[in-house]
Design a protein around this ligand. Structure first.
Ligand code: ARG
Length: 461
């Protein structure tokens, strides 16, 4: 059976349904370039250990290079008879260099240490791509913040009117978690950069092969300390799946807001035509589908993480075939993010903000009540009293159907004698945001400083 890596002890081949169940080439083919790269490194350590002559090494590397070229241009692919990418590539090597030389490569390695190594290599490259895509979203948010330095919007808690904030402050509040996600990817990479190669099936190699040499050759920081752990643990994959799910959740929070903001009731933003869709029946519709797909796919990425954790749970040491289920959820999460990140970047970069309307709505719902209370505290009034007094101002304005700034001087001093007309200096949304000038606050100086910090951080990545 060409492409089979086992069979010596079997009198017959697998049943058709067994082979169909076992097959993984339809997804693990993504590992093929890494498999060949690692095979070249393995050939070099076999040579160093005296298990492959210099001529054989040259022939082997040449065969692997030709195989890599054929994989890259699609001339070589998995056959019906191939169980997995590893078997398919051994068949491809033997087709190119013959069974005598091609049959020497597998010494001292197992698919168990191979697949764990290749999955780590694939994942490290994927995490870098995702980090770069996410950085584009951060840059789009920062550019929008910088383009609207003075814009004021209603700040909300519980989705109820809370306090006015700068639009830039709000947008950067979405950039911060994304920067932390990028940092999480970099941190996860540290733990992923450990090579299982040389662990064999579980117990390590007896052939004098050097795991440190192969680790270095493949760009890993170090070889694994324990061959049983190296072939059976997948916490590196679960950690990446968590960060991917966290990214999706963070972008889903942003998406939810874009969806709300683009309703006529809010009217904060208009979406660019290029990043929205229409309706097949309602001619007036312009729908926020990018944001909705982002929100929806967050559920899918949470599922990818949850499924992977459930697969890992309760597996005894060491390798079990259950582990073949580790790759698809992680591949899926990355494929979804690679579609989503450019679209979310485009959506954010082209949002047209209606800043006049946002500023007009900013005082609605008595959002300056906290400013009254804090102004009184600055006049020496205990906050407990100030809170009560500001609350009474809200009650009075609400009953008259007017804003806090429309209460006349007499009414204010009537509510509390310390409420002199000077309080009016904080009864504007601009006065309110400008007063919140401590580190991390919403004052324009603070938001400008934040933009500098975020830009410097993203330039460093
Ligand atoms: N295709 C397997 C995986 O993805 C690797 C092969 C290990 N198979 C085995 N019977 N030991 O995990």
């Amino acid at each position: 059976n060409a492409g089979s890596l086992w069979g010596g002890r079997f009198a017959g081949g697998p049943a058709a349904a067994m082979a169909a169940l076992s097959k993984s080439t339809h997804f693990d083919w993504a590992l093929a370039p890494f498999d060949i790269q690692a095979s070249k490194a393995h050939a070099r350590v076999l040579n160093k250990a005296g298990l492959l002559t210099d001529d054989d090494l040259t022939g082997m590397l040449d065969g692997l290079d030709r195989l890599a070229a054929d994989v890259a241009d699609g001339t070589f692919g998995p056959a019906e008879s191939d169980e997995d990418v590893h078997g398919a590539l051994e068949r491809g090597l033997i087709e190119r260099v013959g069974p005598e030389l091609g049959g020497r490569l597998r010494a001292g390695r197992s698919r168990n240490d191979q697949v764990a190594t290749l999955f780590r290599m694939w994942l490290r490259a994927a995490m870098r791509r995702v980090a770069l895509g996410l950085l584009d979203v951060v840059d789009a948010l920062t550019a929008q913040a910088a383009a609207h330095p003075d814009a004021i919007m209603p700040g909300k808690t519980h989705l109820q009117a809370a306090q006015p904030v700068l639009l830039g402050h709000h947008l950067l509040a979405h950039a911060q978690p994304l920067l932390r996600d990028i940092d999480r990817l970099a941190d996860a990479d540290r733990r992923t950069a450990v090579s299982p190669y040389g662990s064999g099936a579980l117990a390590g190699s007896s052939l004098g092969l050097d795991p440190a040499a192969i680790a270095a050759d493949l760009g890993f920081d170090a070889p694994a300390e324990n061959s049983i752990d190296a072939t059976s643990s997948r916490d590196f994959a679960a950690e990446a799946a968590f960060v991917f799910a966290m990214i999706a959740v963070d972008l889903s929070r942003l998406s939810e807001e874009v969806i709300i903001w683009s309703t006529p009731e809010f009217g904060y933003v208009t979406l660019a035509d290029a990043w929205s869709t229409g309706s097949s029946i309602m001619p007036q519709k312009k729908n926020p589908d990018v944001a909705e797909l982002m929100r929806g796919k967050a559920g899918r990425l949470i599922g990818d993480l949850t499924g992977l954790l459930a697969t890992l749970k309760a597996q005894p040491l060491a390798y079990n075939r259950d582990l073949q289920e580790d790759k698809e959820p992680v591949f899926d999460a990355v494929a979804q993010l690679e579609m989503l990140l450019p679209a979310v970047t485009g959506l954010v970069a082209t949002l047209e903000f209606h800043t006049d309307r946002m500023e007009e709505l900013a005082p609605a719902g008595f959002t300056l009540a906290t400013d009254i209370a804090e102004w009184m505290v600055r006049q020496g009034v205990p906050f407990r009293v100030a809170h009560e007094v500001a609350g009474a101002c809200v009650r009075e304005a609400e009953s008259r159907g007017i804003g806090l700034d429309e209460l006349d001087d007499e009414t204010l001093t009537g509510i509390n004698p310390s409420l002199t007309p000077a309080v009016r200096e904080v009864l504007t949304v601009r006065g309110s945001v400008e007063s919140r000038n401590a580190h991390g606050g919403t004052a324009p100086d603070q938001v400008r400083r934040q933009i500098d910090v975020v830009s410097a951080q993203s330039a460093d990545l």
